[in-house]
Design a protein around this ligand. Structure first.
Ligand code: HEM
Length: 438
């Protein structure tokens, strides 16, 4: 997007699907973009939900981004709250352990594929029930359908739908199956009046109907799985290239385990389950720095809004954004600016020490202004838990196989043109690992 701006201008205009769109950049435009009351995310993202052929799913995806995600936020609080967090952490660790225990003790993995297996199980368990995720064959089909829909949701499919008829069809079948599977399961669960403590029961008891629950579950999975996998995979890659940070994480986890007086004869994942929620959230400063720096480098997507109110002046006297106009902004404009982040292409977690943020909204990893991520707390915990268990369980290194490409980056970076994948640009990266704890 940055190459579309003329020198000295902070806005560029174009048409997409017959709509008028303005791309903006610069500190002032950023402030305006994230703070305008009438800039709607729901309407903004609708333009791109053209990629989704099934009306119910369009609604699901859009409502997950809704103005302040108000109802979504309330539903999330039913499941993710202080009282339930200790149990959630323990389940998360067991689920992660279940997946890694199925791997060989030594081998090679593509992190973007294999970490998906973990995050999908962890997040699906968090919003459905133990029964649902433990019916292995059905659950694995459900997972395949989820990723089929995600894989077939690319910009190319929006612009050239006629070219991708087969993929469109696959996507329709996948989405219909996701809805059907969840509907049958939720209705059966409601009739059986089973245990009242599983997430689906809590949502039913909260007064949600089957349709609301499906929307919530899919919104949660779409918001969480892909972004969390992307974060974990890239953290594992960057700390392998900069092993001092891998050692620093191990040191920090050792410290947390010592401080918790855990029984060291227990398996590692059970020991980690004894670390308090407070320690996971507030006493892992190294991991916090690493998460922020990784997000700065990899969470550089373009975010979308539509002006649903009065005309808004563009900063610098470059015209205005009239009612109905779409507005787009790339996080890269803030994250990869050398004025704000010196050596922007280098991995330097230390730069976030002391909560350093030179100008308002120069870190956008969790959104900013009126539309901050409502899933930040649970996503951050999930990232920490999976990274820690992986780093403490395995010795690993990465192998890079480069294809020819030119880039300002000295370290691998994601391909932002492949929004649903964010795999390395111009190369493939494999993790070679060896188990170091039994
Ligand atoms: C690593 C994981 C995640 C990252 C990096 C992330 C990032 C973001 C970002 C950047 C935004 C702002 C988008 C914009 O400005 O248009 C956002 C919004 C949002 N996120 Fe997340 N997110 C993550 C996980 C989750 C999870 C697990 C959930 C579900 C619980 C979630 C639910 C939401 C919702 C509902 C919004 C819309 C808030 C609003 O419009 O007011 N996110 N997220």
């Amino acid at each position: 997007m940055s190459s579309s701006f003329k020198p000295g201008e902070n806005a560029f205009r174009f048409h997409l699907f017959g709509n008028f769109v303005i791309g903006v950049r610069g500190q002032e435009a950023r402030k305006m973009f994230f703070s305008q009351r009438h800039f709607s995310t729901t309407e903004g993202y609708k333009m791109f939900s053209k990629a989704v052929p099934v009306p119910e799913l369009t609604k699901t995806l859009v409502s997950a981004e809704e103005e302040h995600g108000l109802s979504f936020k309330k539903q999330l609080e039913v499941l993710v709250n202080r009282k339930r967090l200790t149990a959630i952490i323990s389940t998360m660790l067991c689920d992660t352990q279940t997946v890694v225990a199925s791997w060989k003790d030594e081998g090679s993995i593509d992190p973007f594929d294999r970490i998906n297996d973990i995050t999908f199980l962890v997040f699906a368990h968090m919003v459905t029930s133990s029964d649902f995720v433990s019916e292995t064959r059905d659950f694995s089909r459900f997972q395949d359908q989820f990723f089929t829909q995600l894989r077939n949701n690319t910009p190319a499919m929006i612009f050239m739908p006629w070219f991708y008829r087969r993929a469109q069809h696959e996507k329709e079948v996948a989405v219909t199956s996701l809805f059907a599977k969840l509907t049958t399961y939720i209705e059966a669960r409601e009739k059986s009046k089973a245990s009242a403590s599983e997430p689906i029961d809590l949502l039913l008891n909260h007064g949600l109907n089957t349709h609301d629950i499906i929307q919530f579950i899919l919104g949660f999975l779409f918001g969480g799985v892909y972004n969390t996998t992307k974060a974990i995979s890239w953290i594992l890659i960057y700390i392998s290239i900069h092993p001092q940070w891998k050692s620093a994480i191990r040191f920090e986890v050792d410290g947390a385990l010592t401080g918790t007086s855990v029984d060291s004869s227990k398996p590692l994942h059970s020991q980690l389950a004894d670390v308090t929620t407070e320690a996971w959230e507030n006493s892992m400063p190294t991991l916090d720095l690493i998460i922020s720096e990784t997000f700065r480098l990899v969470m550089n997507q373009t975010v979308l809004r539509r002006n649903m109110g009065e005309d808004v002046k563009l900063p610098g006297g470059q015209g205005h954004i009239s009612n109905g106009t779409f507005v787009v902004y790339s996080h890269a404009d803030a994250h990869l600016k050398s004025e704000t982040y010196t050596e922007p292409w280098a991995f330097k977690p230390d730069r976030f020490k002391d909560g350093k943020q030179k100008v308002t909204n120069d870190f956008l990893g969790w959104g900013a202004g009126r539309h901050r991520c409502v899933g930040m707390r649970i996503a951050k915990l999930t990232i920490k838990i999976i990274v820690c268990l992986f780093v403490m369980t395995y010795d690993y290194d990465i192998t890079r196989k480069k294809r020819k490409f030119s880039s300002a980056a000295t370290i691998p970076i994601p391909d932002h043109n492949k929004v649903n994948d964010a795999r390395p640009k111009g190369e493939s990266i494999i993790l070679k690992y060896k188990r170091i704890v039994v």
